[in-house]
Design a protein around this ligand. Structure first.
Ligand code: BV8
Length: 232
C-alpha cells in the first residue's frame, strides 16, 4: 500500500449490487441468474421495453417502491464518512438505488442510471420520479403520453458520464471496487485502466470476483465489515 497520506490521495471507488445486499436489495447473480423472477433480457434491454413496456414498467415500479423500505448500511455510511479525507474522491456506482445519496455521499456518479429518475424519449428531459410509471404517464415537459421510460442504462446502452469516469481512473492513486461480480462491462474493465495508470487497486467483496486476479489486494467478507476494516 502506498505511503501517501489520504489528504494527498486521489481515490475512485466503484460499487455494485453487493454493497446494497445487506440493506435488503437483491443482487443480480445470487439467485441463479433470475432477477426478481425475471431473466435480465426480459426486463433490462431497450428491446424488452419496446416489446412489453407494461412488464418493464412493472419491474421498475416494484423496485422503485422497495426503496422506501430499505436504508443505507455501514458500508454506504463509511464511504460518505471518509470522502472529505481525500484530496479527490469519486464514487462510481453501478447501482440504481439511492442508498449512497441517503448515506451522505456527495461526489457520486450513477453510471447505470437511477430508479428515482425518468426520461422522456421524445424531449429527453430527465426528472425525479417517486411514483409508478406506465404507458399512460404524460411527460410534464412536452405533454406527450407514453414517452416516459426509467432513467436506467439497459444492456446494449451506453453507460452515463463515461468520459468523467475514465479521466478519474487515469488520474487516481487508489481504485477500490466494492460488491461487484466484475461481469458487466465497461465497469468490469475499470480495474485494468486503474492498473495501467499506476494506481493501487483493491477489491472488497464477499468472494473473489471475475476480475479478482487484476487487483493488487483483495479482502473478502460482507461489505458492512470489510469496508470499515479497510478504511479505518
Ligand atoms: C455497453 C441497470 C456498449 C439495469 C445494468 C464488452 C465490452 C463492452 C460491453 C460488453 C462487453 N461484453 C458484453 C457487453 C455488453 C454488456 C455486458 O457487459 N454484458 C455482460 C453480462 C457480459 N454491457 C452493456 O450492455 C453495457 N453497455 O457496453 O454499451 C455501447 C457502445 C457504444 C454505443 C452504445 C453502447 C451496459 C451495461 C449496463 C446494464 N445495466 N443495470 C438495472 O439495474 O435495472 S447492469 C446491472 O449489473 C446492475 O447495474 C449491476 O450493478 C450490474 C453489475 O452487477 P453487480 O453490481 O456486480 O451485481 P452482481 O449480482 O453481478 O454481483 C454482486 C456481487 O456482490 C457478487 O460478486 C457478490 O459476491 C457480492 N456480494 C453479495 N453480497 C455481498 C457482496 N459483497 C459484499 N457484501 C455483501 N453483503
Amino acid at each position: 500500500m502506498t505511503s501517501m497520506k489520504k489528504a494527498e490521495q486521489k481515490i475512485v471507488v466503484l460499487t455494485g449490487a453487493g454493497i446494497s445486499a445487506e440493506s435488503g436489495l437483491s443482487t443480480f447473480r445470487d439467485n441463479n441468474g433470475l432477477w426478481e423472477n425475471h431473466r435480465v433480457e426480459e426486463v433490462a434491454t431497450p428491446e424488452a421495453f419496446d416489446r412489453n413496456p407494461d412488464l418493464v414498467h412493472g419491474f421498475y415500479n416494484r423496485r422503485r417502491q422497495a426503496l422506501s423500505e430499505v436504508k443505507p448500511n455501514a458500508a454506504h455510511l463509511k464511504l460518505a464518512e471518509i470522502e472529505p479525507l481525500y484530496q479527490s474522491f469519486l464514487l462510481v456506482t453501478q447501482n440504481v438505488d439511492d442508498l449512497h445519496e441517503r448515506a451522505g455521499s456527495q461526489n457520486l456518479i450513477h453510471m447505470h442510471g437511477e430508479l428515482l429518475k425518468k426520461r422522456c424519449v421524445l424531449c429527453h428531459q430527465v426528472s425525479h420520479q417517486r411514483n409508478d410509471l406506465s404507458v399512460e404517464s404524460i411527460c410534464q415537459y412536452c405533454h406527450q403520453q407514453g414517452t416516459l421510460r426509467p432513467h436506467i442504462v439497459w444492456f446494449g446502452e451506453m453507460p452515463l458520464l463515461m468520459n468523467e469516469i475514465m479521466l478519474a481512473l487515469m488520474q487516481c492513486d487508489l481504485f477500490v471496487s466494492i460488491g461487484t461480480s466484475g461481469t458487466v462491462y465497461p465497469a468490469a474493465g475499470f480495474v485494468e485502466v486503474a492498473n495501467q495508470s499506476g494506481a493501487h487497486t483493491v477489491e472488497l467483496n464477499l468472494e473473489a470476483s471475475e476480475q479478482a486476479s487484476q487487483f493488487k489486494e483483495s479482502f473478502h467478507g460482507p461489505a458492512s465489515s470489510v469496508v470499515g476494516d479497510y478504511f479505518n
